[in-house]
Design a protein around this ligand. Structure first.
Ligand SMILES: [Zn+2]
Ligand SMILES: [Zn+2]
Length: 339
């Protein structure tokens, strides 16, 4: 477990935490409320942004050198309830928020010494979060996590996915973030060729989006996208929609020349558990409870900002056809999918 503290005075600032993979929906901006989104992390966990300066934008697309990205230290993300010994200082709260705290410079101070140590976010449409200020905090205790680290096979039993449907019938925001990231990866590895998606549930998510984004005229041979990961029989295909380990961030490995398209575990696990029943050669009727759960009646619209952020990080974004998609979306994207 890991405990963070104040760099200035050494006071404890968090409960004991286990590290998990940085979630793709950490920076999600979801419409304009009402209210904020649930925290991106479960209680008792923390995650470190692998990028040094938050969302990557144009500079990373134009630079041949990924080292040119950003410059500040890694940011540590917590669920707000795991903070101890720090309080929001009204004098540090800027006016950038709409209904709440919108981020910006640190707005929480160490109770013991008054040093600004963290930024609390709870504005409408944003994930409830606390970001530790890297220069003002430090690890004061470190060791193995309290939560066990699951192997791939145990994950399927111990870490269920998240259903795509909210009680009000809308898509779960996490799915909109996860699909946005996967779509960017899918485009990058596709080379602009047409993509065949035999699984109906996977197709229901990605087919309409691909049809809007990719012009098949003059494109190369079709590439097949299949689900692959723990518990699934190996399927032949060119591209594999594979899970990202929710604790380690590892991407499920596939054998070349198949290319992986990473999808957040919480979405992947649900797709894998509810994938299409095999329709051919079946002699026994399918019981109603064995049929795949229905997806929401309307299409998933991916998070536009996450889509463009992830796309900007793919080396393939410098291919003219993909760069054109990026440029089309960039001026309009603030959370909404701009296509
Ligand atoms: Zn608001
Ligand atoms: Zn302090």
């Amino acid at each position: 477990m890991t405990i963070f503290g104040c760099r200035a005075c050494g006071a404890t600032l968090t409960v004991p935490l286990s590290r998990v993979a940085f979630p793709v929906h950490a920076y999600q901006k979801y419409g304009n409320g009402p209210g904020s989104l649930d925290p991106a992390l479960e209680p008792g966990t923390f995650a470190v942004d692998p990028l040094p300066a938050g969302a990557p934008w144009r500079w990373s697309v134009e630079s041949e050198d990924s080292e040119a990205l950003g410059g500040s230290d890694a940011a540590v993300l917590l669920a707000p309830g795991d903070v101890r010994g720090a309080v929001v200082d009204p004098a540090l709260v800027g006016d950038s928020g709409c209904c709440g705290l919108g981020g910006g410079p640190p707005n929480m101070v160490c109770v013991a010494c008054g040093t600004p140590v963290a930024t609390r976010i709870d504005d409408c449409g944003l994930r409830q979060a606390v970001w530790l200020a890297s220069l003002a905090t430090k690890v004061i205790e470190d060791g193995p996590g309290r939560a066990p680290e699951f192997g791939w096979t145990d994950l399927s039993d111990q870490w269920p996915g998240i259903a795509p449907i909210e009680p009000d019938g809308r898509w779960n925001p996490m799915w909109e973030a996860a699909a946005a990231s996967a779509l960017a990866h899918l485009l990058a590895v596709s080379g602009g060729d047409p993509i065949l998606i035999p699984d109906h549930r996977v197709a229901a998510i990605f087919r309409p989006l691909l049809d809007r984004l990719v012009d098949p005229v003059g494109a190369g041979p079709e590439r097949t996208l299949v689900l692959a990961g723990p518990g699934l029989a190996a399927a032949g295909g060119d591209l594999a929609l594979v899970p990202v380990h929710p604790q380690t961030g590892e991407v499920w490995p596939v054998a070349a020349p198949m290319r992986p398209v990473p999808l957040a575990w919480d979405a992947w696990a649900h797709l894998a558990a509810h994938r299409d029943a095999k329709p051919i050669g079946r002699s026994v009727p399918i019981l109603p409870e064995a049929l795949p759960e229905r997806l929401p009646g309307y299409r998933l619209l991916p998070d536009g900002r996450i889509f463009l952020c992830v796309l900007a990080l793919q080396p393939e974004v410098r291919q003219p056809w993909l760069r054109a998609i990026y440029e089309r979306g960039r001026p309009f994207s603030y959370g909404y999918f701009p296509f």
